[in-house]
Write a protein that binds this ligand. Structure first.
Ligand code: GAL
Length: 343
């Protein structure tokens, strides 16, 4: 009874305070009317997938009635840092940040936190800082899928192993996953890794040089190429094609880009990985809205970033090759049949 009274008194007090607060902010819109502002910083638009992330977020934010401010950094670390500062100064409620450089972006996160802004690390993990959420795919699994696929196609022989940009934590995870399948066969003496290099900036022209040089150094005796994404796969296939070898050895990929799907249909690229970035983009906007409203956000695990176990939400990825391409990429509406099969 006594408790109830205290409670009732408290409620009256809170209501009075709320009314009072309402009187003071006469001209300000009621808090529920205020449009939430979400800041997004993307590392690039060079790969098709990042173009899609941007488009998805823009469309979904519109649907949800939130104000979205997107900046794109074109892989430039300094440019991304200043774009994030700019977003912070524009008064964003939450920051969604896909880093061009996992380590360098920690500073941007600290600045956002100092301004009371929660940060979601998007697709790529930001290292050595406090993070509110990490949203991505199961990236080690992506590498495992690539490694499993290529070692089945080429259980023996000379391998060119490429990794993505050293500044991208995903690149480390992709390679780690793939090597779970490749390394045991190297140890057994069945596979020889003749080239093992990272592709700076994920730049296809860098991948082209790596593959051209390796083909020359090995007198074209290469039996498989682990390419970490579709951009680098395209470059590898270009180098193979110049030697009349396109379609003769397995090449992996990732991202389900249109040109990769076309190469799979033509038989020059063996596989790609489907990561439905439409889902990731929407999930990030939903999470950002919750954070902006002061609500908690669900996660399905933790990933350590060197400083903390970051609450993480990881989506599944899937192998795509000529056997399931229509079903996975076309039936899902990710790619159009006419585009994929364009002559
Ligand atoms: C990775 C991303 C991949 C690929 C690559 C190059 O971080 O997970 O999907 O796009 O960057 O941008």
């Amino acid at each position: 009874m006594k408790k109830f009274k205290v409670c009732a008194l408290l409620m009256t007090g809170i209501m009075a305070a709320a009314l009072f607060a309402g009187c003071g902010k006469k001209d300000a819109p009621a808090s529920s009317d205020k449009k939430l502002v979400i800041g997004v910083s993307l590392p690039t638009q060079r790969e098709e997938r990042w173009v899609r992330d941007k488009e998805t977020m823009e469309a979904y934010a519109k649907e949800k009635g939130v104000d979205l401010k997107i900046q794109v950094a074109d892989t430039d670390v300094a440019q991304q840092a200043s774009q994030v500062e700019n977003l912070i100064s524009q008064g964003i409620d939450v920051l969604v940040l896909a880093p061009a450089d996992a380590s360098a972006s920690a500073q941007s996160v600290e600045k956002a936190h100092a301004a009371g802004i929660k940060v979601i690390s998007y697709d790529r993990l930001i290292a050595n800082c406090d993070l509110d959420l990490y949203m991505s795919f199961d990236n080690e699994k992506v590498g495992e899928l690539q490694g499993e696929y290529i070692t089945k196609k080429a259980p023996k022989g000379n391998y060119i192993v490429m990794a993505g940009a050293p500044t991208d934590n995903n690149a480390t995870l992709f390679k780690k996953g793939a090597m779970k399948y490749i390394q045991p066969l190297v140890d057994k003496g069945d596979i020889k890794v003749v080239t093992d290099l990272a592709v700076d900036n994920w730049e296809p022209t860098n991948a082209l040089k790596i593959v051209e040089n390796s083909l020359t150094a090995n007198s074209n005796k290469v039996d498989a190429i682990l390419a970490p994404n579709d951009g680098t796969a395209g470059a590898a296939i270009q180098a193979l094609s110049a030697q009349g070898l396109a379609g003769k050895i397995p090449v992996t990929g990732q991202d389900s880009e249109l040109t990769a799907a076309q190469r799979i249909v033509q038989g020059t690229q063996s596989m790609t990985i489907f990561k439905d970035t439409r889902e990731l983009g929407k999930a990030a906007i939903d999470a950002a809205i919750k954070f902006a409203k002061g609500e908690s956000v669900e996660s399905n695990g933790k990933v350590n970033n060197g400083k903390m176990d970051v609450p993480s939400s990881l989506l599944a990825a899937q192998v795509v090759d000529k056997d399931n391409l229509d079903k996975v990429l076309i039936d899902s509406g990710y790619l159009k049949k006419d585009d994929v099969y364009k002559k």
